[in-house]
Design a protein around this ligand. Structure first.
Ligand code: GLV
Length: 331
């Protein structure tokens, strides 16, 4: 688009990286939130007003209030995340606003981080780091911070989508047995490749030494791991959560950890981020501030996908990762 031509107006709630910024600049009149913290809600509502496009992060709730604040020009909401529980997609659809996410590019990175957490909690890395760092490590000892073996154990996966599969694939290097449950059973060749056995959810809960959650957050999965599910797990098992916090009933998890119902947990996501209940600040819990996809390479790709969706829309093309294709083609 040449100078002098009116470009559509876009608000991005993050300054992103240089490469996506360059792409956006060619096609949009872009306004960025440049603060280092997330923008206050009132600021988002104010700055989205009159925009044609919005690029947002999972911290922004895109609900009717925001869509009202944006006004009638808004045509696309491009989320820089694969999870889109922050977006009221039906409300977007009603208004013929396209919504998009960033599937595919973060699977391997998130799987790496899932394993980072799994290994850290099993082998007590965070406790060890603390001991070494603070100078309290006085001598090598036979039983110092002995953890739990990972190799040869059973990995249970709930949700064998793209990320669940990437997590399962890594298990073969540890000689683990992989069991899973998912709303739809994976094709036989995928099960063969991953050496993953399909089981009922209860069987996965009962047999897993490490239970890793990879279901998306929706009405069916909210609170999936509560008192009953935790009680089915082995006392020696660990829960790993890199999907969305509300999939786990946090107060029930605290209770299970206090009562020794399970051995520990490694958590990247929480019910009310960034709040973490005191009951989770325990030695047998590894905590991370929602870092699953946080590599520079992957975050760049995610931002490029979001930018690409917005650009495609205004070029009259279908946004490649549109969530509500029924709004396309525009009527
Ligand atoms: C991160 O949590 C994402 O959904 O991309």
């Amino acid at each position: 688009m040449g100078p002098g031509v009116n470009k559509p107006k876009l608000f991005s709630t993050h300054v992103l990286y240089e490469e996506p910024r360059r792409c956006l600049a060619e096609h949009f009149d872009v306004e960025y939130w440049t603060g280092s913290e997330r923008p206050p809600r009132a600021v988002v509502l104010q700055r989205v007003a009159g925009k044609d496009a919005l690029i947002c992060l999972l911290t922004e709730k895109v609900d009717r209030e925001l869509l009202d604040a944006a006004g009638p020009n808004l045509r696309i909401v491009a989320n820089v995340a694969v999870g889109y529980d922050n977006i009221d997609v039906p409300a977007c659809t009603e208004r013929k606003i396209a919504a998009s996410n960033t599937p595919g590019v973060l699977d391997e990175t998130t799987a790496d981080f899932t394993w980072t957490l799994l290994l850290a909690v099993a082998r007590r890395l965070v406790e060890g780091d603390h001991l070494a760092r603070t100078g309290w490590w006085l001598q090598w000892n036979f039983d110092l911070l002995c953890g739990t073996d990972v190799w040869g154990k059973t990995l249970g996966i709930l949700g064998l989508g793209r990320i669940g599969r990437a997590v399962a694939r890594r298990a073969s290097g540890f000689g683990m047995r992989v069991i899973y449950n998912s709303t739809t059973r994976a094709p036989a060749e995928v099960e063969r490749e991953l050496r993953a056995e399909f089981m009922s959810q209860d069987e996965v809960l009962q047999q897993a030494d490490f239970l890793s959650l990879h279901v998306p957050l929706n009405a069916k999965t909210r609170g999936l791991i509560g008192r009953e599910a935790l009680a089915k797990m082995k006392k020696t098992a660990f829960l790993i959560n890199t999907t969305r916090g509300p999939v786990v009933q946090e107060s029930e998890l605290v209770h299970a950890l206090e009562e020794g119902v399970i051995a520990g947990a490694a958590l990247d996501v929480f019910e009310r981020e960034p709040l973490i209940p005191d009951g989770l600040r325990r030695n047998n819990v590894v905590l991370a501030p929602h870092l699953g996809s946080a590599s520079i390479e992957t975050r760049t790709k995610m931002a490029l996908i979001a930018a690409g969706n917005a650009i495609a829309f205004f070029q009259g093309k279908r946004p490649p990762t549109i969530l509500n294709p029924e709004v396309w083609p525009r009527s």
